[in-house]
Design a protein around this ligand. Structure first.
Ligand code: GDP
Ligand code: MG
Length: 731
């Protein structure tokens, strides 16, 4: 803006409804350069600030907050008198955009006053947007002949522009005149016109109020204006008074109501017209659509089956779609292993790289696609607004355990990772509700447990793997609910706090935001790869590779040599059966190789540890290797898979598939696999979860309790599954 040649002072008054943000904007503009006092003669606070901007001295006045300019309260009188008598160059009406209709009442009155130049700040525009209100500022500006600037006072957004516009308006030659005025009904307009004419003829120069406005005020029987006018009008006073009273009487009879009431109504009519032009609620429609969708999705009968279907579909998708990229990653890991083996000479380092790191981390990283898909689905539930519905659906079931549906959101998030899920329980107000939710949330099967299921279900349940995993998840939910019920009636007695379920409108999710959500969470999975899983893998490998004994392996070498010699002779004798004999020989060699490896594992430190824990796991149908794997799983669930990969001596590549085959040939039965899955589902998820429980409950007692009770429940249920299954004749 060019500096005006005259260096004069510009006065800008801020008017607006109470709480529209006047003081906030005033403070933004003036900073510390303000003076606080009282308006003369009254106890209403007067704030004034003087700043130097754009080459001008700007005097900013914070007027008292009012809803209108009728002279009924001190604030209204002070605000109106300031505009009437001091005639600021510009009045900025701070409009609460989230309450536009109410705010426009004062705005129309300010315009009608015809005293100062008026402009609008559409403040609280963030609140308006959040509520789905759309205000066409340009249209509003055009309709009412006032500059309009959108602002967010508490963020100081748009305030600079507002000030700039205000100065621009002050400098413009345009008089404060408005083309589109409030048009009253015919009779009132006639009365206004006749009074207006009279006033124009006889108004004294000392009282230079806008004559139309004065006429309106007289018809409204405004005591202050009437008194002032009659004092100034001298010889015309009587004529004006009688004319006014006459007209008021005519109008009262005509409308059967006081003219001021009729005029107020008509002003609101004018505002309603403006609202129609400039205001739309975008959420109204959304709310209606949402309501219709909710008729089905949260319906008493259809809601629950649909919910189950969505969850089932999520796991199907995770399992089936994830299988493809999984193969590619597997191939990559195998390629890397063979590469390393070819590059490096046989050594402890090579062994650690291939059998430790690549086998361990590789066996887990193949599940990245599954986890990405799972997190994508959870993000989809969240971003569409379905997550809140699931809480609503679960409300009845949650009440069975004395919790409300709100507790289900942390639980559902637990499908992704228990750590943020436990933290999400913070939203619950009652301490007992929170502890209860924290105690049962880890039963929600997190994504880290998924690799274990995929290996076991894939190896033993083949075509039904997806469905079986779904059932495992359901078992987790059921256990959570049962345990919750138990705690509610014993340790954590109390009634559930009343609470209103909020159902936000459904939204079409944005792909970008879905991706961000998915990635934010998957990042943690990748971080674990280079952290706890890497260290765990090396540790597990070291424990299984030491102590190094060679004596027994010589026996195997001899046995294998014998097999080779034997078949060489038989092949020489019977050339016709060559193919069959070769196959037989290779199978026997393979068996010996496996035995050698498993004996090596058994003799290792890991093996000794395994022997120690074996009695604990034997009743669950889990052998010592499985037991050790579960033990290492306390650090992180993914390590269960990598430990098994090491202990079951997966030969070619480290793929989940190969591990599955190794498990089958180790003599594990489907029932034992199921028992292991149940155990993995229910026992302590990982160190990070334990740390989070400790942090969120701020109690060592509850932390220790949760560790022991979860492990106990896991053991008991796995026991029931395995022994019960055997009794029923399953294998
Ligand atoms: P006044 O009564 O008109 O002086 O209003 P205040 O300036 O005291 O503001 C009332 C409240 O609204 C304060 O808590 C401000 O922080 C807040 N506020 C002001 N402007 C905005 C805005 O644009 N958006 C939001 N969300 N809050 C605002
Ligand atoms: Mg204020």
């Amino acid at each position: 803006m060019n500096a005006h040649p005259m260096n004069r002072c510009i006065t800008i008054a801020l008017s607006g409804n109470p709480n529209s943000g006047k003081t906030t904007i005033f403070n933004n503009i003036t900073g510390t350069r303000q003076k606080v006092g009282n308006w003369p003669g009254v106890t209403v606070e007067k704030k004034e600030g003087l700043i130097h901007r754009f080459g001008f001295d700007l005097k900013i006045i914070d007027l008292p907050g009012t809803y209108s300019l009728t002279p009924f309260s001190i604030e209204e009188i002070v605000a109106r008198d300031y505009v009437l008598e001091a005639r600021p160059d510009v009045v900025i009406d701070i409009i609460d955009a989230s309450n536009l209709e109410r705010s426009l009442y004062l705005a129309t009155q300010l315009r009608e006053l015809g005293r100062s130049k008026v402009m609008f700040a559409l403040n609280m525009s963030d609140v308006a947007r959040a509520r789905g209100f759309k205000i066409d500022g340009a249209k509003l500006s055009e309709l009412l002949d006032v500059p309009v600037v959108s602002t967010i006072g508490n963020k100081n957004e748009g305030v600079e522009r507002l000030l700039e516009k205000a100065v621009e308006l002050a400098l413009s030659d345009k008089p404060p005149e408005f083309r589109r005025k409030v048009r009253y009904s015919q009779d009132i307009e006639t009365a206004i016109a006749s009074l207006d004419r009279l006033l124009q003829a006889c108004m004294s120069p000392a009282l230079d109020y806008d004559t139309r406005w004065t006429a309106i005020k007289l018809l409204e029987n405004d005591p202050i204006v009437r008194k002032r006018l009659l004092e100034q009008a001298e010889e015309h006073a009587e004529q004006i008074a009688t004319e006014t009273d006459q007209l008021r009487q005519v109008l009262s009879q005509r409308f059967n109501d006081e003219p001021e009431i009729v005029m107020t109504d008509e002003r609101y009519g004018f505002i309603a017209g403006i609202m129609k032009e400039v205001f739309t609620i975008s959420s109204r429609q959304r709310v209606d659509i949402s309501r219709n969708i909710d008729l089905v999705l949260t319906n008493r009968f259809t809601g629950f089956p649909i919910f189950l279907f969505f969850i089932w579909a999520m796991f199907q998708l995770t399992f089936t779609l994830g299988a493809y990229p999984m193969e590619w990653i597997e191939a990559g890991v195998t390629l890397l292993s063979t590469g390393v083996e070819r590059l490096l000479p046989p050594s402890l380092l090579r062994e650690m790289l291939v059998d430790g790191i690549l086998a361990g981390v590789g066996s887990v990283i193949v599940f990245l696609p599954n986890i990405l898909i799972l997190f994508f689905c959870i993000a989809l539930f969240e971003d569409t607004g379905y997550m809140a519905r699931s809480a609503f659906l679960m409300d009845k079931i949650m009440h069975l355990i004395g919790l409300h549906g709100k507790s289900f959101i942390p639980m559902l998030m637990g499908f992704g990772c228990n750590v943020p899920a436990i933290m999400a329980a913070r939203t619950l107000e009652s301490e007992k509700d929170r502890i209860l939710t924290i105690l049962i949330t880890p039963f929600m099967s997190c994504s880290a447990r998924l690799p274990v299921y995929i290996v076991l279900a894939g190896a033993f349940f083949d075509a039904h793997a997806g469905t079986l995993i779904f059932v495992i998840y359901l078992l987790g939910i059921a256990t959570a609910i049962l345990m919750g019920r138990l705690f509610r009636s014993t340790l954590l007695r109390g009634a559930d706090a009343p609470f209103v379920m909020e159902l936000p409108p459904y939204r079409v999710p944005m792909l970008k935001s879905l991706m961000i959500h998915m990635w934010e969470r998957s990042k943690m999975f990748l971080k674990k790869m280079t952290g706890v899983i890497l260290v765990g893998s090396v540790l597990v490998w070291a424990l299984s590779a030491f102590p190094r004994t060679v004596t027994y392996s010589r026996n195997y070498a001899e046995a294998m040599e014998q097999v080779r010699v034997e078949y060489a002779q038989r092949l020489a004798a019977d050339d016709d059966a060559r193919a069959a004999l070769t196959a037989e020989r290779d199978a026997r060699l393979q068996e010996l190789r496996w035995s050698r490896q498993s004996e090596a594992a058994e003799r290792s430190l890991m093996g000794r540890l395994g022997k120690l824990v074996a009695p604990v796991f034997a009743p669950l149908g889990i052998d010592w290797r499985g037991g050790v794997a579960l033990l290492t799983g306390f650090a992180a669930k993914e390590i269960v898979v990598s430990t098994m990969a090491v202990l079951y001596a997966v030969e070619d590549g480290e793929s989940g598939d190969a591990l599955g085959r190794a498990l089958v040939s180790s003599g594990m039965t489907p029932l034992a696999a199921l028992s292991m899955m149940v155990f993995v589902l229910l026992y302590v998820p990982c160190l990070a979860t334990i740390a989070t429980i400790r942090r969120e409950t701020a109690s060592l007692k509850w932390t220790a309790f949760s560790v022991f009770y979860m492990t106990g429940v896991a053991w008991l249920l796995a026991f029931v599954v395995f022994q019960g299954g055997r009794l029923l004749g399953f294998q």
